[in-house]
Design a protein around this ligand. Structure first.
Ligand SMILES: [Zn+2]
Ligand SMILES: [Zn+2]
Length: 343
């Protein structure tokens, strides 16, 4: 029986999810790449395309918009073993309970988030709102992490546009750190930390990538990756679920603007890790938490990865090789129309 549990890291003070049963999950990335440069709109072997069967035996409905289902290879789940091998000495473990889901953005296998219609992006944000409310409202779910991994370079096994949701019995470390920083800033100054960040970005202006009435995108002063972009509503809301419909539509527009610029950068689907940073759902209130979306793109140039090495993996702090001001200007100069839509 492969190990499936959470183990406490006493030095980093964080949980590690051990999900050794996921090793044999399906991988179709290689095959798709070897097939053709142009990805077809429907792939018979794709476990995310409408109407297709998944490894679990379940069959996808003939969906026409977004489609949400429980992950067949969950990292956390209701079926995680409840009886665990006891940890020795100082070590602690516990069941990896929670819910892991997959959200297909579109029935089209060949589209990316950058290429969806604006109304479809808004609908996706609405689905994320529903998922945060549904999962976050459940007993034992302390946090809802929505994230998209895009591109083989970040290990994505299937190009079909989709994201994942981990509803966990703990708060992810970065969220915990951000929540604590926001809480302290609020207590010390009476102000929301993220609003002070927005004020600093606005007064400088060089790192703003896109903006409309209620939403903004910028490459922060403190960016760790070359093309790290934050997308956020201008008003403080602890989660996406708290946005009005108008704010959500504005956010969808700015989000897509950034995605189009990313793809236009090198005329290729731009790989990234995109987490939504939302307040924990552990029953406490987080007035100092300002919901935002972060992009962590691993590439510095078309074929040049930002390798995480000594400083980052060894020490835990980033060494950035690029100036955020220059990278933001580079993104701003790009066309706002996707290269695949140009005649
Ligand atoms: Zn597909
Ligand atoms: Zn964040």
């Amino acid at each position: 029986m492969p190990v499936w549990e959470e183990r406490w890291h006493p030095l980093r003070e964080e949980w590690v999810i051990v999900a050794a049963h996921r090793q044999d999950r399906p991988w179709i990335g290689q095959e798709v790449r070897a097939g053709a440069a142009r990805v077809p709109p429907y792939v018979a072997e794709c476990y995310l395309c409408p109407g297709n069967a998944r490894v679990s035996g379940a069959r996808n409905p003939p969906y026409t918009g977004t489609y949400v289902f429980d992950n067949d290879h969950p990292s956390v789940g209701p079926l995680a073993p409840q009886v665990l091998e006891p940890a020795s000495g100082i070590y602690r473990n516990r069941p990896a309970t929670g819910i892991a889901r997959v959200v297909c953005y579109s029935p089209r296998h060949d589209l990316t988030l950058a290429e969806l219609e604006p109304a479809e992006v808004d609908r996706l944000l609405e689905v994320w709102q529903e998922q945060y409310r549904d999962l976050g409202g459940r007993q034992g779910v302390d946090h809802v992490l929505v994230f998209e991994n895009k591109g083989e370079v970040v290990g994505v096994s299937n190009p079909h546009p989709h994201c994942q949701i981990y509803a966990t019995n703990f708060v992810f470390k970065t969220i915990e750190t951000e929540a604590r920083a926001g809480e302290r800033h609020l207590a010390e100054t009476g102000r929301v930390l993220f609003q002070d960040i927005l004020a600093a970005e606005r007064s400088d202006g060089r790192r703003i990538v896109a903006e409309n009435d209620t939403a903004i995108a910028f490459l922060p002063y403190f960016a760790r990756y070359a093309y790290e972009v934050f997308v956020a509503p201008k008003a403080t809301h602890p989660s996406l679920a708290d946005l009005s419909n108008e704010e959500r539509r504005d956010l969808a527009v700015v989000l897509q603007d950034v995605l189009v610029r990313f793809d236009n950068l090198w005329g290729m689907p731009f790989p990234y890790v995109m987490p939504l940073h939302q307040a924990p759902t552990d029953g406490r209130s987080y007035p100092g938490f300002h919901f935002h979306i972060e992009f962590h793109p691993p590439l510095r140039k078309p074929n040049l990865l930002k390798y995480l090495a000594g400083p980052e993996i060894g020490g835990g702090n980033f060494l950035s090789d690029t100036a955020p001001e220059e990278k933001a200007a580079e993104l701003r100069r790009l066309p706002a129309v996707h290269y695949r839509r140009l005649p």
